[in-house]
Design a protein around this ligand. Structure first.
Ligand SMILES: Cc1ncc(COP(=O)(O)O)c(C=O)c1O
Length: 378
């Protein structure tokens, strides 16, 4: 962890990389995997058999990551594709037509929920309290027997808040609703164990803490859920026999593969399998502990600077992302970039993301730069 594996990520030769919430750093192993894809293409053209094997290798690695079974994992091309397929299988036009969403959902989840209004669904927003947190009670107040689905992202991409998914799920299940925890900002840096997590559906992808690239995601569904839901947004890789090539009917796969789609994103699969295996080797619990230590150090330093931190203090209510308010966040991100410190922004907040390759020195370099740009902190 930290210094021991940093040599695998060339970006650290030139930059202090604190932007895993946007894109995880490229490792030598992921580069080699993508080059393997290119070499295979050069040598053999289509390698369909191996591509399908890579698809299943990815599914299996996500199953291990989530402590799940491979049959309960869909391989998707994005969270958007998976969640669209999910809601296409929900009967939203009857009495149970509500989707409850937290104010911290990624835009795609909110937009897909609102798109269902065109076919009779209603969307209820759960807004944060004055301190920025959305406690489970706020969800409970919004959930009733009309609720079909509750969306509570695990870690907010724009504030760093971590939801109490298990408590929210308790309220949702008592009312007969399903729970989707979009865990893109958690998986790889925070332990997500579906056996105790509470959610019925967990979505994510490989761009961030799983160290792969764009075009590849996943969606775990509780078996009782995927056995019952029939998605109408589908594709031939969701069929019970992809190579039957039949246009005579629609026969969704008996497993969560029914939420897969068309041709798998082959280059992203090579990268994704390599990225996830790196995280797996490090061990998510160990990554989580390492990241928690770095976040503690960052929060202490930010307090000393008198900065306004939007992310909660309690370790259980935060993940790898720390958001700090700025008076001019564009100028602050640019000033840090000029010092080769790579961070990102949302609204008026600087986003600092810590991961397995970061070390205390990265945190100290950032704090030192922030002390020099103190005027840009709110
Ligand atoms: C919480 C969360 N969900 C979803 C996404 C991306 O969704 P998609 O895979 O549909 O592009 C992101 C990307 O930033 C995210 O942070």
């Amino acid at each position: 962890m930290g210094a021991a594996i940093r040599g695998e990520f060339p970006i650290f030769e030139t930059a202090t990389y604190l932007n895993s919430c946007s894109q995880g750093a490229l490792s030598r192993g992921v580069r080699a995997a993508v080059e393997e894809w290119l070499s295979g293409w050069d040598a053999n053209g289509a390698e369909w058999g191996y591509w399908v094997e890579r698809n299943e290798a990815f599914r299996a690695s996500i199953a291990r990551l989530l402590h799940a079974q491979a049959d309960d994992v869909a391989v998707t091309t994005s969270v958007s594709q998976g969640v669209s397929a999910l809601v296409s299988g929900l009967p939203l036009e009857g009495e149970r037509n509500r989707i409850v969403i937290s104010e911290y959902e990624f835009p795609t989840v909110g937009q897909i929920a609102h798109a269902q209004e065109l076919s009779g669904a209603e969307v209820v927003h759960v807004r944060p309290d004055d301190d920025g947190a959305i406690p489970p009670e706020r969800f409970a107040e919004a959930i009733d027997e009309r609720t079909a689905l509750v969306c509570c992202t695990t870690v907010s991409y724009r504030s760093g808040h971590r939801h109490d998914v298990a408590a929210i799920a308790e309220a949702a299940h008592a009312a007969g609703a399903l729970v989707l925890a979009d865990s893109y900002q958690a998986c790889g840096a925070v332990e997500v164990d579906v056996r105790s997590f509470g959610a019925d559906v967990v979505s994510g992808g490989t761009v961030k803490y799983l160290l792969g690239t764009a075009g590849l995601g996943f969606m775990w569904l509780r078996p009782e859920v995927h056995e019952q839901l029939i998605p109408t947004q589908t594709g031939w890789f969701a069929d019970e026999d992809i190579f039957a090539m039949s246009i005579a009917d629609y026969s969704p796969h008996r497993s969560a593969r029914r939420f897969d789609s068309g041709t798998p994103p082959v280059p992203a699969l090579y990268a994704g399998v390599a990225g996830v295996s790196f995280v797996e080797e490090a061990g998510v619990s160990a990554v989580e502990a390492h990241v928690r230590g770095l976040v503690d150090r960052l929060l202490d330093g930010l307090d000393e600077l008198g900065a306004t931190v939007a992310t909660p203090r309690e370790p259980a209510r935060r993940g790898p992302l720390v958001c700090v308010r700025s008076t001019d966040v564009d100028a602050l991100v640019a000033a840090l970039a000029a010092e080769a410190i790579v961070v990102s922004q949302r609204e008026d907040k600087l986003r600092v993301a810590l991961h397995l390759y970061n070390v205390e020195d990265d945190v100290d370099r950032l704090l030192d730069a922030l002390s020099r740009h103190r005027a840009l902190l709110a």
